[in-house]
Design a protein around this ligand. Structure first.
Ligand code: NAG
Ligand code: NAG
Ligand code: NAG
Ligand code: NAG
Ligand code: NAG
Ligand code: NAG
Ligand code: NAG
Ligand code: NAG
Ligand code: NAG
Length: 468
């Protein structure tokens, strides 16, 4: 059995490597198909065409000049064919069909000559589409793309964007005591109605802004015309077995940086069946993960309270492409996050939910508020001669003391990272008294890292000066 499969597989691949193998570049929402130009015009079935971005079809090669490109839709017309229509007088119970000739398939105009209708004349009338019965299966259109070009090289390639193929990275982060293990999988999806044979592929990731536009008019027109979308027969079952048989040989190479993006090559051929997700293991990065409780809040003069967030700081020795990540702690799923595109050795901090065991309360006390007239900086440094030297701004300097209480209900030591943000409505912020705790000012936020013993209530305070 497997010998036959290998033989069949060899036949399949040799058929594709007799000239330049074609490449498929798969992006997060579409794929670029690149293949040697064999014959013109290029021919696409209606189903395939729905997934192709028609303005992306082009030729490339050494020193090629395209002088004309045409895109034509052709469909066998049903105009003039014999059809049956339901007699207008027939009720639902007794359906009577009358023979007629379809005059205009677009407007459903039918010509009828029937004894049951009291006339020897031909009658022309429009019939609702669902009352016309055809003798042949309505055919779908074929799309032709033709080029007129000049080239000095015989190697010419055709390239176009197709939305039935896409990919994304998906991760599993397994944490156990101090061990962390990140598994990355490439999830390649064929959304189309027929199998796709991929000779060699590149998975491309990064911040790529390609859009896939559909011709809405065309689609709705086709749907009403053919009464629903039919499916291509999937490829033979032998092909599907080949696909599973070679699956274990397909692997994704290391990612390479390219103009701010990352490219992951796949050098073995494979087939993705219609409406199928094909998952391949990617790199196995070495990651380090720190766990901490985070308090990240917006400054308010009101008292606030809340629970800390279960937060993680992740660092990888490889570039990570963005993708969903399911997090397991001690084999249990504890949450998920969306990892961004992350450079090797950069840090990514994320929170996945509250921790009910660690709560905080914060109150803010106004110590003083002093109003003053600001004249120097603004006016003295102004080069605008129209501003008279007497112009000034009335400002207020507020001094607040912030008392923070954190209660750790756990029976173990915890690390907390605190951040107070959101001083946007103030012109200036300054941390002036820092208590015995190490609060620091980082730009326009106040931060501190704290370690809380098991089962303890800790009190912190700091004083800030805000100018509005
Ligand atoms: C069928 O006939 C109608 C009316 O003459 C015309 O509008 C339509 O284009 C024809 N269809 C085809 C495919 O030629
Ligand atoms: C395609 O273009 C070529 C070059 O202009 C021309 O010779 C050929 O007839 C065209 N084919 C079709 C089907 O239009
Ligand atoms: C393509 O056009 C350029 C510029 O007009 C010209 O120099 C070149 O020779 C052309 N190449 C071919 C293959 O016709
Ligand atoms: C994990 O922690 C255990 C004890 O807490 C220690 O023996 C082990 O070496 C640590 N492993 C790593 C990879 O740090
Ligand atoms: C600021 O200037 C206004 C207008 O001249 C004056 O009424 C006010 O007393 C001044 N305030 C201070 C704090 O100097
Ligand atoms: C603010 O909280 C501290 C303890 O965290 C408490 O001692 C103090 O009374 C509180 N002040 C107000 C005004 O609630
Ligand atoms: C808290 O710890 C993290 C991780 O070690 C560090 O990046 C950050 O700068 C620390 N923040 C403060 C305020 O010390
Ligand atoms: C936590 O502290 C409370 C009172 O401070 C005490 O009653 C309780 O037994 C402590 N729990 C643990 C697990 O230490
Ligand atoms: C913090 O303040 C509370 C009362 O507000 C007190 O019960 C607790 O013991 C204080 N914590 C420490 C570590 O002093």
């Amino acid at each position: 059995m497997s010998v036959w499969l290998v033989l069949l597989y060899a036949l399949l691949t040799s058929a594709n490597i007799n000239n330049v193998p074609y490449t498929t570049r798969i992006y997060s929402n579409l794929a670029e198909i690149i293949q040697p130009l064999e014959k013109l015009p290029l021919e696409f079935t209606d189903d395939d065409w729905n997934y192709i971005r028609s303005d992306s079809i082009t030729l490339f090669g050494e020193n090629i000049n395209i002088t004309l490109q045409t895109i034509t839709e052709q469909k066998k017309t049903l105009n003039g064919t014999v059809v049956y229509v339901r007699s207008p007088i027939s009720s639902d119970k007794t359906i009577k069909l009358i023979k007629g000739i379809l005059i205009d398939e677009v407007n459903h105009l039918v010509k009828i000559q029937d004894k049951s209708i009291d006339s020897q004349q031909s009658l022309y009338f429009t019939v609702p589409d669902n009352q016309i019965f055809y003798f042949e299966q309505p055919v779908k259109a074929t799309h032709y793309v033709n080029f007129t070009y000049t080239s000095t090289d015989s190697k010419v390639f055709v390239s176009y964007l197709q939305s039935n193929l896409n990919w994304r990275t998906q991760y599993q982060l397994n944490l156990n005591n101090n061990e962390s293990n990140l598994i990355a999988m490439a999830n390649i999806r064929n959304d189309g109605k027929s199998s796709v044979f991929i000779d060699q592929a590149e998975l491309v990731c990064g911040d790529i802004n390609l859009q896939m536009h559909h011709l809405q008019y065309d689609r709705s027109y086709r749907k009403s015309r053919s009464g629903g979308e039919s499916y291509h027969q999937p490829q033979s079952s032998a092909m599907q077995m080949v696909f599973t048989d070679v699956a274990n040989k397909v692997s994704i190479e290391q990612g390479k940086e390219l103009a701010g993006l990352y490219v992951f090559p796949i050098d073995q051929p494979f087939i993705i069946n219609a409406k199928t997700n094909y998952l391949l293991p990617m790199f196995r990065p070495q990651v380090s993960v720190e766990r901490y409780g985070s308090i990240s809040k917006i400054f308010s003069t009101m008292s606030t309270n809340g629970k800390v967030q279960r937060s993680y700081r992740l660092k990888s020795d490889r570039y990570l492409s963005h993708g969903n990540c399911i997090i397991r702690e001690y084999d249990r799923v504890v949450g998920e996050t969306l990892l961004p595109n992350l450079a090797a050795n950069d840090k990514y901090e994320f929170s996945i939910g509250e921790d009910a065991d660690i709560i905080y309360k914060e109150n803010v006390t106004l110590i003083s508020s002093i109003t003053f007239n600001e004249t120097e900086s603004k006016v003295k440094h102004s080069l605008d001669k129209n501003i008279s030297p007497g112009v000034f701004m009335t400002r207020t300097r507020y001094t607040y003391t912030i008392c923070l209480q954190i209660i750790n209900f756990k029976n173990r030591l915890i690390n907390i990272e605190y951040e107070q943000r959101g001083f946007h409505s103030y012109q200036n912020i300054k941390l002036i008294i820092l208590d015995k705790h190490k609060f620091i000012q980082d730009g326009s936020s106040i931060k501190s890292n704290m370690t809380l013993q098991a089962n303890i209530t800790e009190n912190y305070s700091y004083t800030i000066e805000l100018i509005r």
